[in-house]
Write a protein that binds this ligand. Structure first.
Ligand code: MLC
Ligand code: AMP
Length: 504
């Protein structure tokens, strides 16, 4: 049997030739039939560009139906899809390019010159463009392409995607995900969330991360459901679509922003079956306020790039505020001490997991991969959790130094390394503090070396072309020295406490 994930999707596509797969923001529709036909033709375009099974295709483009088709085309061609946040600067993208050695790069027309200069003919990589309005050289090639219904024959352990996640060392790691990793997770989610024939998904998440790319798209495709596809979060556009939709997936910021809108009420949401939240902790106050306003209890789930989804609150049964629910079917885990030994139920420890969803390791980093797994194969998530006797999980903290801002991960180390290079900076500590919109916001605390005057705008200005906007500090403060313990380690907890009211 072909282990290619696309084969699984195709086997679930509706037989009705009119059935809608994507609805574009302007209301025009792309049927499942067209999705199947065009992803096949696009896979032909990739093959014609020299992309062979196992080759990486690096993509940094605006979200559009066509960019989703490009993802499906990569699956069909057996290429390894490597999506990048559109906010990344050329400086950040250069690292991914050098690390992944892609055969094909797809970027926006606006970034073409900069991208080509960065690529500089290396690895014999081809360059195509694709824009949010369905133009660009890739679309021109697609217009010339003939029908091609092939789905490359693959083993289910072959790689489908590499998703880069930053790390505590400041160096990004490419998480290698196989077709089976993605298929098993999609099937589990489709089952536990009780997808129904009448379901309609509002898709407003970016499609360069697990949440929007895999969780949302895969569930809809497995169910043959329409996706009301929005290029980005837009409260007005979502509220407009809610009456004819049944499922919304979002990060907590989606829900706090929707709550700011007076139109959000029970009547508007009467048709909605599921509001799903994840990627960052959902505050109990958001959960409660949302229930009061709409009568719906948000279903919170927990996951990560390396493992897709790991736990979920139940569809039927208690959805508790602050808890992320139970392990997904096929996933098991333990809350462990720093030796990997399970601790008593109710005691916090690091969550370790195993299952068909767990990734194949970090791209070209076997040593790093080895340090993140226990000898018995359990993956160390780096999240601190506690588990009740009946297996309900609550995430209580993070063992990794990580900030999650509006659902995007920011690793302080990466920013500290760049700040420390700035003239006049002696040292720095980057922390996350509560933020009403993004959940957490990045704050940089730094100590000057006295060689020249430093200002907040000066520091931010120097980071601008090196760091994606969402990683840039929303505040910079100068201190005469950083608080340290007797071992000399910076006390970030003290800094977090001191600046916790910065945005309130
Ligand atoms: C935008 N900005 C952010 C930001 N998003 N700053 C910090 N954190 C963010 N997440 C910047 C903008 O550049 C802008 O800067 C300013 O903040 C205000 O932007 P905005 O217009 O209000 O932002 P918007 O475009 O509306 O985006 C906010 C958002 C978006 C929350 C809708 O960030 C988003 O879609 N987040 C979802 C992330 C996601 O999909 N995560 C899943 C990861 S997978 P300025 O200065 O120009 O005004 C994963 C696993 C799992 O974690 O479990 O799912
Ligand atoms: P990423 O590496 O972008 O996939 O982010 C994964 C991280 O997001 C996890 O390790 C958690 O720290 C965090 N996360 C995801 N979902 C939740 C959630 N529901 N509650 C708390 N943290 C979450």
């Amino acid at each position: 049997m072909n282990g290619n994930l696309y084969t699984l999707f195709q086997s679930r596509f509706p037989t009705d030739p009119e059935a809608c797969c994507f609805e574009k923001p302007d209301g025009s529709r792309v049927s499942y039939l067209e999705t199947d036909r065009d992803s096949g033709r696009m896979a032909g375009v990739l093959r014609a560009a020299g992309v062979e099974p196992g080759d990486r295709v690096m993509v940094q483009v605006e979200k559009s139906v066509e960019s989703a088709l490009l993802y499906l085309a990569c699956l069909r061609a057996g290429a390894v899809y490597l999506p990048l946040n559109t906010a990344y600067t050329v400086h950040e993208v250069a690292y991914f390019f050098e690390d992944a050695e892609p055969k094909l790069v797809v970027c926006s027309t606006q970034n073409r010159i900069g991208m080509a200069a960065m690529m500089n003919g290396r690895f014999g990589a081809q360059l195509h463009t694709l824009d949010g309005d369905a133009t660009g050289s890739l679309m021109e090639a697609l217009a010339q392409a003939t029908e091609d219904d092939r789905i490359t024959e693959l083993d289910r352990d072959d790689l489908a995607a590499i998703l880069y996640t930053s790390g505590t060392t400041g160096r990004s790691k490419g998480a290698m995900l196989s077709h089976d990793n993605l298929a098993s997770n999609a099937l589990a989610l489709h089952q536990i969330w009780g997808w129904q024939e009448s379901d309609v998904l509002i898709h407003a998440l970016p499609i360069f991360h697990v949440h929007g790319l895999f969780v949302a798209i895969h569930c809809a495709l497995l169910n043959g459901s329409p996706m009301l596809f929005l290029p980005k979060f837009d409260a007005g556009a979502i509220l407009q679509r809610i009456p004819r939709a049944t499922v919304l997936m979002g990060v907590p910021t989606f829900y706090t922003r929707l709550l700011e809108r007076p139109e959000l009420n029970r009547d508007l949401c009467a048709n909605m079956r599921l509001f799903i939240s994840g990627s960052a902790p959902l505050l109990a106050e958001t959960f409660n306020e949302f229930e009061q306003r709409t009568g719906k209890r948000i279903l919170e789930r927990y996951g990560m790039t390396e493992a897709g989804m790991i736990t979920s609150n139940p569809l039927i049964g208690e959805r508790s505020a602050g808890s992320v629910g139970y392990f997904l079917p096929g996933v098991s885990g333990r809350v462990a001490d720093d030796q990997g030994c399970e601790v008593a139920r109710g005691t916090p420890g690091v969550l370790e997991i195993t299952g068909p969803n767990v990734f194949k390791g970090y791209w070209r980093m076997p040593e790093k991969t080895a340090t993140e797994f226990r000898a018995d194969g359990y993956f160390i998530t780096g999240d601190i959790a506690s588990m009740t006797d009946d297996g309900r999980i609550t995430i209580v903290g993070r063992a990794k130094d990580l900030i999650i801002s509006g659902g995007f991960n920011v690793y302080p180390k990466e920013i500290e390394l760049l700040i420390d290079e700035i003239d006049g900076v002696k040292e720095s500590a980057v922390i996350g503090v509560p933020h009403p919109d993004f959940g957490e916001a990045v704050v940089a605390v730094l100590v000057a070396d006295g060689s020249r005057p430093l200002s907040e705008s000066d520091v931010i200005g120097q980071l601008a072309d090196r760091l994606a906007k969402f990683k840039q500090p929303k505040r910079v403060v100068l201190l005469p020295e950083l608080p340290r313990n007797t071992m000399g380690k910076v006390q970030k907890n003290q800094l977090r406490e001191r600046y916790k009211e910065s945005f309130h």
